[in-house]
Ligand binder design. Structure first.
Ligand code: HEM
Length: 188
């Protein structure tokens, strides 16, 4: 397996970015939705972890975008229609925009709340804006709305991948998996 994508295959770097980010986003979403249910002390620790993971996601999505400039997307698997190609690209662009927008909205929300964002205590993100209670509420709401948009789009995206595996029986999903984990259904 190559590090870079080829004309027809995803390379190991793109696959690692894809599945690592998918896993982090699931952990991050679960944390964001449940951390409010814990006692104050545990909640503060979980909020700190949530912010650190948010900064990690921001760093990873930047690295992933730069990698994409160096290693271009392979052509779609044979059998994917032109409409599906246009929709898939549109969804991928939106997913990238949201992977940036959600942590940035969280960053603004924290700054407006007067609580800076730290990355595992190693460094703090620069403060973008001063404390403002009303704008803290506005950005909290936006952070959550953007998360639900991502959850919806990522679910649709994952369902399409499974549809291609089970119904269309092409290589769309198998070629994004680590080698040997999933067979191309009809070896197309
Ligand atoms: C179980 C969940 C998921 C499945 C089954 C899945 C499946 C896939 C597959 C099969 C491809 C390759 C499409 C092709 O070759 O034409 C792909 C690409 C992509 N997926 Fe997912 N995906 C999942 C979750 C996510 C999540 C959570 C995100 C981000 C929020 C995401 C973002 C992307 C992006 C941006 C691409 C384009 C390739 C790239 O830039 O790395 N996926 N996905």
């Amino acid at each position: 397996m190559t590090l870079r994508n080829t004309a027809t295959e995803w390379g190991s770097v793109s696959k690692t970015f894809h599945w690592l980010m998918a896993l982090l986003l699931i952990i991050q979403g679960t944390l964001g939705l449940t951390m409010g249910d814990f006692s104050r002390e545990t909640r503060m620790e979980l909020v700190g972890l949530h912010k650190s993971l948010g900064v990690t996601i921001l760093m990873l999505v930047t690295a992933r975008l730069l990698w994409n400039l160096y290693s271009r997307r392979p052509a779609f698997a044979p059998g994917v229609t032109s409409l599906e190609r246009v929709l898939a690209i549109a969804v991928e662009v939106l997913l990238y925009a949201l992977m940036f927008a959600i942590p940035i909205a969280g960053w603004l929300m924290s700054d407006y709340g007067g609580r800076p964002v730290s990355w595992f205590g190693v460094f703090n993100l620069p403060q973008l804006v001063g404390e403002n209670h009303d704008l803290h509420e506005v950005w909290e709401h936006r952070h959550e709305q953007l998360f639900w948009a991502l959850a919806l789009l990522a679910t649709g995206h994952a369902c399409m991948a499974i549809y291609h595996q089970v119904v269309q029986r092409d290589a769309t999903l198998s070629r994004m998996m680590p080698k040997g984990w999933l067979r191309d259904p009809d070896n197309k």
